[in-house]
Design a protein around this ligand. Structure first.
Ligand SMILES: NC(=O)c1ccc[n+]([C@@H]2O[C@H](COP(=O)([O-])OP(=O)(O)OC[C@H]3O[C@@H](n4cnc5c(N)ncnc54)[C@H](O)[C@@H]3O)[C@@H](O)[C@H]2O)c1
Length: 370
């Protein structure tokens, strides 16, 4: 199959759809890969790196879209991209169509087959192409907290791990899923005193075993959240209620009882945030203060480390991308997890929740492909 990778054009997006390492895998499987010149610049991969991996470098996105049967990207297609997609072309990328009617209409009009990373599933009921970015964000959350705790950044002037004879930071992680587990892992590694709060007892049991007593676990109630937040130097917001906005677990009225110049990192900000006082920030200006508490609410945290993020994303997308390249649309029909990723097929919306939230007709794949 002819596989094309355009350079990402969304503002401040430095990741790339295929790393040179992934290109080698596609080429070894007999596929032709076309990369737009400089597509890998954000991760330090040169055109020569891609040539050495077996790719052909094309000078424009227009050429990539025109000559490829499958497009592999990272971010949802922008208007100038969706108008270049066409019937029989496969698009494999993050789409996040539910809140984006313009993109949905653009994809429907193109006639392309669009598979969204975020809805591809795995055999354990997870979302394997979202998980790597949650891993990155969870680990970064502790780095972000460490920076914000510094006096020069407005924080308490506290070193997360302390030193011998001096108390380390007390870190509370609300939500013990992928983000929360990776945040806790980093925090424990640095020597912090860590508590994880979750509303799933099963998850708390798993975490208790995983961390072998090195974290405290607490069931999520109004009382436990209050007690832990009031005693914390850092609170990491990592909750997710699938398909819903994040619940507001820390209210503004609670901030005045928190440690002065403590830090809130709201990783769940992309779902509206789990602190009442959260509002999205950027890598260029990541923090602000409310009632003496520093807030860090960057909505695209993995964008800070595009090299790690691109590699982690490629590791996860590779088996699915190769299946699509090897078998074309048949891979979607054969593999229920890829099928779960199918959002748009030849002018029809094939993902129920997306169709419902956009108020557009839904066509089950069996019907759309008939
Ligand atoms: N800001 C970013 O750049 C970025 C990057 C990746 C993920 N995220 C976001 O981080 C959030 C967490 O993602 P994840 O992959 O870890 O999700 P996940 O589903 O793996 O984990 C979420 C956890 O929250 C728990 N939870 C739900 N309601 C709760 C409550 N009231 N109290 C305590 N725990 C509760 C669940 O039981 C679950 O264990 C999501 O909103 C995700 O979109 C943000």
């Amino acid at each position: 199959m002819k596989v094309g990778v355009p350079k990402e054009i969304k503002a401040h997006e430095y990741r790339v759809g295929l790393t040179p390492g992934a290109v080698r895998e596609y080429v070894a499987a007999g596929h032709r890969v076309m990369i737009e010149t400089n597509a890998g610049a954000g991760i330090g991969a040169t055109d020569d790196d891609y040539r050495n991996a077996g790719a052909t470098i094309l000078t424009s996105a227009v050429e990539v879209f025109a000559s490829s049967e499958m497009i592999v990207k990272v971010k949802e297609p922008q208007p100038s991209e969706w108008c270049q997609l066409r019937e029989n072309q496969i698009l494999f990328t993050y789409l996040h169509l539910a809140p984006d009617p313009d993109q949905a209409k653009g994809l429907l009009k193109s006639g392309c087959t669009a598979i969204a990373y975020e809805t591809v599933t795995d055999a354990h009921g997870g979302l394997p192409l979202l998980a790597p970015m949650s891993e990155v964000a969870g680990r970064l959350a502790i780095e972000a907290a460490g920076s914000a705790l510094k006096r020069s950044a407005g924080g308490r002037g506290l070193l997360i791990g302390g030193v011998p004879g001096v108390q380390p930071a007390r870190i509370v992680v609300i939500g013990g899923g992928v983000v929360g587990t990776h945040a806790a892992r980093m925090a424990v590694g640095l020597g912090a005193e860590v508590t994880i709060i979750d509303r799933s007892i099963r998850r708390l049991r798993e975490l208790d075993e995983l961390f072998e007593g090195r974290v405290r676990t607490r069931f999520s109630t109004i009382e436990s959240v209050e007690e832990e937040v009031f005693a914390a130097d850092v609170v990491i917001g990592a909750v997710l209620v699938p398909g819903a906005s994040a619940p507001k677990l820390v209210r503004r009225s609670m901030l005045s009882s928190m440690r002065k110049r403590g830090v809130l990192v709201d990783v769940a900000i992309d779902q509206g945030g789990c602190f009442e006082t959260s509002r999205p920030t950027t890598h260029a200006d990541p923090t602000y203060e409310v009632d003496g508490v520093i807030h860090y609410c960057v909505a695209n945290m993995p964008g800070a480390v595009p090299l790690t993020s691109s590699q982690a994303l490629n590791n996860a997308t590779l088996p699915f991308g190769l299946a699509l390249a090897n078998k074309g649309f048949s891979a979607v029909l054969e593999n229920p997890h890829l099928r779960a990723g199918l959002n748009v097929y030849r002018g029809r919306l094939t993902y129920k929740a997306v169709a419902e939230s956009l108020g557009l007709p839904f066509s089950p794949i069996e019907q759309a492909a008939a």
